[in-house]
Design a protein around this ligand. Structure first.
Ligand SMILES: Cc1cc2nc3c(=O)[nH]c(=O)nc-3n(C[C@H](O)[C@H](O)[C@H](O)COP(=O)(O)OP(=O)(O)OC[C@H]3O[C@@H](n4cnc5c(N)ncnc54)[C@H](O)[C@@H]3O)c2cc1C
Length: 402
C-alpha cells in the first residue's frame, strides 16, 4: 500500500492514519487514472454512458466505508471532522471532479432524514442501495443572487427566479429550471432543490424540496461541456409541473436563509479541503518533474531558483491545509460561522490555482501538453474559483459578517 509522505497532522491514531492511507491508495489507483480518462472524452454524454468508468468508480467508492463513517453518530465530532477533511483532501489529490461527484452521494441524507417520510428514507438512505444526490440551487439567470444572504437584493421581489414551487392541495408543484452547473445533475437519483416558494420575499422566500429525478415532468439534457473538472457531470434540470407530496418540502421561507447559510458554511469548508488536495497534487508533480528534468547538465531541482520556487509552493499548500483543517474542526464544535468557511474556500481555491499555475511553469512547455498531468490540474483548479460561489462575491458575503 502507498502511504502519504506529506502530512504533518499531529496525533493521528494508527486507525485514522490507516483510513487516510486506504483513501490515498483508492485515489492513486482508481480516481487518478479514471479522472484522466474521463477528462479526455470529447463527448460529455460518454462520461455518463452505461459503460463509462464513472460507474465503476462509484461502485468501488461505496465499498470503502466512507459514507458509513460520515453517518456514524457515535464518533467524536472533532475526530470525524478531521478525518473527513483528510479524506476530502486525499480524494481530490486523486481527481477533484470525481471527489466532488462522490462526495455528493451522501449529500441528501440529512435532508431526507428531516422529511420523516419512511418511503423516502428507505429509498434514498439505504447503505445497501447507495443513491446519488445533487444540490440544485443556482439558476440560469441567478448565480450569485442565490447565495447573496447578506445583500439587500436577496429579499428583492423584483428579481424573478427561474424556478418556483407552489402549494396545490396536499402537494407542491415545481415549475422552471436549475442552472447547467448542478454537480451530479445528469446522474443524480434525487435532487435537493433550493427554490423560491414565496416570491414576495425574493430569494429569501425559498424552500427546500426533495425531488426524485424519475418523477414525471423532470428532464435533463446531456452534461455540460466545460473547461475543467470534466469528470464531474454537470447539467440543467428542468421541472415541468413536477408534483411532490407535502413531506418532500423539508423547509420553508421561515428558516430558508438560516439553512442556506449552514449549507454554504459546510459546502465552502469542504471546497477548501478538496482544493488543498489538488494543490498538493500539483506541487508533488512539480517536485518529481524538477528532479528528473535536466537543464544545464543537472536536474532543474539543483538550480537554486527552482528549489526556492518549489519551497514557496510547499509553504502555500501547507498554509492552505492548516486553514482548511482548522475551519473543519471549528465547524464541528458548534454552529459554523460562514465567514470562516468562506475564508477557507476562497483562500484554498485561490492558492490552489496559484500553485497549479506555478507547477505548470516548472514543467515549462511540457506543462502545456496534454501528455502531462499539469494542464488538467490547472483547468480543474480554475473552476474552483467560481464553484460554490465566485470567490469575489463570497468575499462580499463573508465581509458582511466581520
Ligand atoms: C465546477 C462548478 C460546480 C458547481 N456546482 C453547483 C451545484 O452543485 N449546484 C448549483 O446549484 N450550482 C453549482 N455551481 C454554480 C455556481 O454556484 C455558480 O456558478 C456561482 O454561484 C456563480 O454564479 P454565476 O456563474 O451565475 O456567475 P454570476 O453570478 O453571473 O457572476 C458573474 C460575475 O459577477 C460577479 N458578481 C455577481 N454579483 C455580484 C455582486 N452583487 N457584487 C459584486 N460582484 C458580483 C461575480 O463575482 C462574477 O465575477 C457550480 C459551478 C461550477 C463552476
Amino acid at each position: 500500500m502507498t502511504t502519504v509522505g506529506f502530512d504533518i497532522e499531529v496525533g493521528l491514531s494508527d486507525e485514522d492514519a490507516a483510513i487516510r492511507d486506504t483513501t490515498h491508495q483508492f485515489a492513486e489507483e482508481v480516481l487518478r487514472p479514471a479522472g484522466a480518462a474521463l477528462d479526455q472524452l470529447s463527448d460529455t454524454a460518454d462520461v455518463i454512458a452505461p459503460d463509462s468508468i464513472l460507474w465503476k468508480v462509484h461502485g468501488q467508492y461505496s465499498q470503502l466505508g466512507i459514507t458509513e463513517l460520515q453517518l456514524d453518530e457515535e464518533m467524536d465530532p472533532l475526530r470525524k471532522a478531521r478525518l473527513i477533511a483528510i479524506i476530502n483532501e486525499e480524494l481530490a489529490w486523486g481527481d477533484v471532479g470525481l471527489a466532488i461527484s462522490l462526495g455528493l452521494c451522501g449529500f441528501h441524507g440529512p435532508w431526507v432524514q428531516q422529511s420523516n417520510d419512511p418511503e423516502l428514507i428507505e429509498r434514498f438512505c439505504s447503505l445497501d442501495l447507495p443513491t446519488i444526490g445533487c444540490w440544485a440551487l443556482t439558476e440560469p439567470d441567478h448565480g450569485s443572487d442565490t447565495v447573496a444572504l447578506t445583500e439587500a437584493h436577496f429579499s428583492d421581489p423584483a428579481l424573478k427566479p427561474n424556478c418556483i414551487a407552489h402549494k396545490d392541495g396536499d402537494s407542491y408543484v415545481i415549475q422552471g429550471q436549475k442552472a447547467a452547473w448542478v454537480s451530479n445533475g445528469p446522474i443524480a437519483d434525487l435532487a435537493v432543490v433550493f427554490c423560491t416558494l414565496d416570491p414576495s420575499q425574493g430569494f429569501k422566500g425559498g424552500g427546500v424540496f426533495l425531488v426524485p429525478l424519475d418523477l414525471p415532468g423532470v428532464t435533463r439534457p446531456k452534461p455540460l461541456d466545460k473547461l475543467g473538472q470534466r469528470s464531474l457531470p454537470q447539467g440543467e434540470i428542468f421541472f415541468d409541473q413536477v408534483r411532490v407530496p407535502e413531506s418532500h418540502m423539508v423547509l420553508g421561507p421561515d428558516f430558508y436563509a438560516i439553512a442556506l447559510e449552514m449549507m454554504l458554511s459546510h459546502a465552502n469548508a469542504a471546497m477548501g479541503q478538496l482544493f488543498v488536495g489538488l494543490a498538493r497534487a500539483a506541487y508533488e508533480h512539480a517536485v518529481s518533474y524538477a528532479k528528473e528534468r535536466v537543464q544545464g547538465g543537472v536536474p532543474i531541482f539543483e538550480h537554486q531558483a527552482v528549489r526556492a520556487r518549489l519551497f514557496k509552493m510547499f509553504s502555500k499548500v501547507e498554509a492552505a491545509r492548516s486553514l482548511a483543517r482548522r475551519v473543519a474542526l471549528f465547524n464541528a464544535g458548534g454552529a459554523p460561522q460562514v465567514h470562516y468557511s468562506i475564508a477557507a474556500k476562497t483562500y484554498c481555491t485561490n492558492t490552489c490555482f496559484e500553485v497549479a499555475s506555478e507547477a505548470l511553469q516548472i514543467y515549462g512547455g511540457n506543462g502545456l501538453s496534454r501528455e502531462y498531468p499539469i494542464e488538467k490540474l490547472l483547468r480543474d483548479a480554475r473552476a474552483s474559483m467560481v464553484e460554490d460561489g465566485c470567490n469575489e462575491f463570497l468575499s462580499i458575503v463573508g465581509g458582511a459578517r466581520l
